[in-house]
Write a new protein. Structure first.
Length: 129
């Protein structure tokens, strides 16, 4: 099985608690999170733009979108650089987790994610402490 994800979602998945999501969106995140936790050697294909986790977001096609695609793409690029991963490449989830553990800090988390709606609500701030 291969799952296509954008880079910043690897950081989001570390703090995912299922809070403040619509039911379809929560089910999508829960499914992907459970798959990856149960199969850490799953193949992950790195993409740019909306991925399987974005597609269930009720705000994606509304005027009240939580995410500004320009800033999210910039965040994806920064996370990819920190983790040493490239768009269009496939990695084992376990390898990405090792890269997160080795290269990502709580200070980076705050610097990169403090503008995010989830961070502002305090839903993931403890992910890297």
């Amino acid at each position: 099985m291969k799952i296509s994800l954008r880079p910043h979602h690897f950081i989001c998945l570390q703090g995912y608690k299922g809070l403040n999501y619509s039911k379809p969106q929560a089910n999508s995140w829960r499914k992907i999170s459970k798959e990856l936790t149960g199969n850490p050697d799953a193949d992950i294909f790195i993409i740019s733009g909306s991925d399987v986790l974005c597609r269930k977001c009720p705000a994606i096609s509304s005027n009240n979108a939580r995410c500004n695609e320009y800033s999210v793409n910039a965040l994806d690029n920064k996370i990819a650089e920190i983790l040493g991963i490239k768009q269009g490449q496939t990695y084992k989830y376990s390898d990405i987790l090792a890269k997160i553990k080795q290269n990502f800090t709580s200070k980076m988390h705050e610097q990169l994610c403090s503008d995010c709606a989830w961070w502002k609500k305090g839903l993931c701030r403890d992910s890297f402490k």
